[in-house]
Write a protein that binds this ligand. Structure first.
Ligand code: A2P
Length: 346
């Protein structure tokens, strides 16, 4: 079986390769594709070297499946061309997610939304995947009315450029005391061309309430994704969702504080049971022993971790919880490869 990975040299793409190797595809023919600057480069896959090709060359090899993580414009241009040669595309970009004819899939929730002839399947946004998975069984049982979300998102969600920015700032501040926390013009001059920030501000010793671009209504595109994608995946356009996304200088994964109002009253023990029984979710909730999910717990793990499960005492039928997932794993690559596994299992 031939499987193309478009964006194979990127952060998510390289984790897709790892996940393919770990999830039973080590012996398959993998076709890595990337931008012209990477064509011809040798990369590792399951202990062997494979050569990066252009998307055109990958299409010419007629792969059965293609995993995309190369940005929305690459997906817009190439996903239909792969589909035309009979390839099924699982696309991690935002390009196709809200199209009526494209299912938006978390396999543990809505694999049944994928028809037998579906050629493009969208992988949801990272912060949406981990949250809807954590909440899915609660929604089925008590029906969610409204969500109020605050996210603390890892820099790895922005790609390699953001990782390089954090590394450059860490190096610089290694020689400065903790209280000199502001990256000034002197530092920019000292670092010169090697400092090409992905963000408008320093991220080391800082955070900002800004993910994606600002829409005219004051919300960001990352916040709007949580609204639209949650409704689509859970199949309920009546769910009210409001979110604030923050970017934090963290590597292991995204964290989210979620306030959930249900239509029906819930039982807290049953809530914990439902979360613990959700495939791919681990309940890590023992305040007496300081047990709660953190990015260092989720890093490189395929599961979503949930803790701090407690009643919101200010209004009826309302719950608070905290969930953490590695945005490069379940939030992106793992989910995409699981979709592929589910397609093949059919
Ligand atoms: P390249 O490494 O050649 O630039 P990240 O999100 O970590 O920055 O990764 C983006 C991925 O998308 C990289 O693999 C990048 O390849 C790939 N990419 C960017 N533009 C294109 C394009 N026009 N065609 C194919 N792949 C692309």
């Amino acid at each position: 079986m031939k499987i193309a990975v478009v964006g194979a040299t990127g952060l998510v793409g390289s984790v897709m390769l790892e996940e393919l190797a770990q999830r039973g595809f080590a012996d398959q023919e993998i076709i890595p594709a990337a931008s012209p600057k990477s064509v011809g480069r040798q990369i590792d896959f399951a202990g062997r070297k494979i050569t990066v090709v252009s998307p055109e060359e990958a299409i010419a090899q007629k792969p059965a499946y293609a995993l995309f993580s190369a940005g929305a414009s690459t997906s817009r241009k190439y996903a239909p061309l792969f589909a035309q040669v009979g390839c099924t595309v699982v696309d991690n970009s935002s390009c196709w997610r809200m199209h009526d004819n494209v299912p938006l899939v978390v396999p543990e929730i809505n694999m049944d939304s994928v028809g037998p002839d579906q050629r493009i399947i969208a992988n949801p946004n990272c912060s949406t995947i981990q949250m809807v998975l954590a909440l899915s069984r609660l929604h089925w049982q008590y029906k969610i009315k409204r969500l109020v979300i605050a996210t603390y998102q890892s820099i790895t969600g922005t790609g390699i450029k953001a990782v390089r920015q954090l590394e450059a700032e860490e190096d610089y501040f290694a020689h400065h005391d903790v209280l000199s926390s502001t990256l000034g013009d002197t530092m920019r001059q000292q670092l010169g061309d090697q400092y090409q920030p992905a963000y408008p501000y320093q991220i080391f010793r800082n955070l900002f309430p800004h993910g994606g671009d600002f829409n005219p209504d004051g919300y960001t595109t990352e916040e709007q994704k949580l609204v639209d994608e949650t409704r689509k995946i859970l199949g309920d356009p009546t769910i009210q969702v409001t979110a604030t996304v923050a970017r934090v200088p963290v590597v292991g994964g995204h964290s989210e504080a979620v306030n959930i109002e249900f239509h029906k009253e819930y039982d807290l023990d049953e809530v914990r049971r439902l979360i613990a029984q959700t495939p791919g979710v681990i309940l890590a909730d023992d305040p007496d022993h300081n047990l709660y999910p953190m990015p260092i717990m989720a890093h490189n793990r395929p599961e979503v971790f949930v803790g701090r499960v407690r009643r919101d005492n200010t209004q009826p039928h309302t719950l608070n919880l905290w969930c953490v997932g590695d945005n490069l794993r379940k939030g992106a690559a793992t989910n995409a490869v699981q979709i592929l596994q589910s397609l093949i299992a059919r």
